[in-house]
Design a protein around this ligand. Structure first.
Ligand code: SF4
Length: 335
């Protein structure tokens, strides 16, 4: 597949029946799409399979319209960034939520002592940035303590829908956070409410804007992230204009594709081959990437601690992938 471009089709002809089982599974894992399987004979083969090379999250685009609107960047070295899922429940139930979060989701709270131990190990081996996501992190009853512990040791980014810290104890939690060490990344999919509310629920756009205003008034650095399907990319220009008006810096804007994970029926296919790793800790284990925590194929370790063996596994997988890409494979025949 590396010999053809993204969006091009490879036709494979085979007499081997096991390919009919193995190839669809491999294509799904590798981020490609099996378009068709045709039997050229009487049911005993040969068979012809058409495989569409999948999209990759790398700079350079795919040739599809508006794809350049998505934010790109360099892979973070393994060990430099760590994602924590503080919890899995959320006040929203967005149609594309990769974590399958909702008000009814099992909270699966990350215990404070596990988060602290992860921060200690991460910082001890040179970690540079901690990112806390969910679910809605501000629904974790100990988020304040978790962030306070972490922010003393490493810069922290919290991903939030900015809708639940408007008053009460969560407002107090927000107000105690260190403005120099804590950044808020707020989800905002569109300039106006139509698209955002269609994806995230009625009234959520207005409440996100209110949360953005509140966080800015408190002096937080604010990042804004939009999650979009390809067909919604033409709206990105209006979103950037709105962010200009809000005073959000260019470097603090993120336009990312919907991932075909969790609640999403379609979107970017995520696999070990198609996305660079971003080690992610949940109460259940360690995962390859934060958008794939419902995908058992991307579970790296079945325990959230320790981090080091999981980081080593991820580095080993990367090394094998690099070696495979540069050297190919030897033919080793025994008959
Ligand atoms: S996408 Fe974010 S805001 Fe929406 S349900 Fe999932 S965790 Fe909640």
């Amino acid at each position: 597949m590396r010999g053809i471009g993204v969006g091009e089709v490879l036709l494979l002809r085979t007499q081997e029946k096991s390919v009919l089982v193995d190839l669809p599974a491999w294509a799904r894992l590798a981020g490609h799409e099996l378009l068709s399987t045709a039997d050229d004979g009487d049911g005993s083969g040969p068979w012809q399979l058409a495989i569409l090379r999948g999209q990759r999250l790398t700079p350079g685009g795919s040739g599809r319209p508006h794809q350049d609107a998505f934010t790109t960047g360099s892979a973070a070295p393994v060990g430099s960034r760590l994602w924590l899922y503080s919890n899995f429940h959320c006040n929203l139930a967005c149609v594309y939520c990769c974590a399958q979060s909702s008000p009814r989701a099992d909270p699966r709270l990350l215990p404070l002592d596990v988060a602290a131990a992860a921060v200690d190990e991460f910082v001890g081996q040179g970690g540079r940035q901690l990112l806390i996501t969910g679910g809605e992190p501000f629904m974790h009853p100990e988020l304040g303590a978790m962030v306070a512990y972490a922010a003393e040791r490493v810069p922290v980014v919290i991903l939030t829908n900015a809708m639940v810290f408007g008053r009460g104890a969560r407002q107090a939690t927000l107000e105690t956070m260190d403005r120099e060490r804590v950044t808020l990344q707020v989800s905002l999919d569109s300039a106006g409410p139509a698209l955002h509310d269609r994806q995230r629920g009625a009234g959520s756009h207005a409440r996100a804007l209110a949360g953005i205003g509140q966080a800015r008034a408190l002096g937080f650095r604010l990042r804004v992230a939009a999650t979009l399907h390809d067909e919604d990319l033409p709206s990105v220009g209006r979103l950037h204009a709105a962010l200009d008006n809000l005073g959000v810096a260019d470097d603090d804007r993120l336009i990312r594709p919907v991932a075909a994970e969790g609640f999403a029926d379609d979107g970017l296919h995520i696999s070990l081959d198609s996305v660079e790793p971003e080690p992610t800790l949940t109460v259940d284990g360690i995962w390859w990437h934060p958008v794939a925590v419902t995908n058992p194929h991307l579970l790296v370790a079945e325990s959230p601690l320790p981090l080091a063996p999981a980081f080593d596994i991820i580095r080993d997988v990367l090394a094998v992938q690099v070696a495979g890409a540069s050297e190919g494979r030897e033919v080793f025949r025994c008959t």
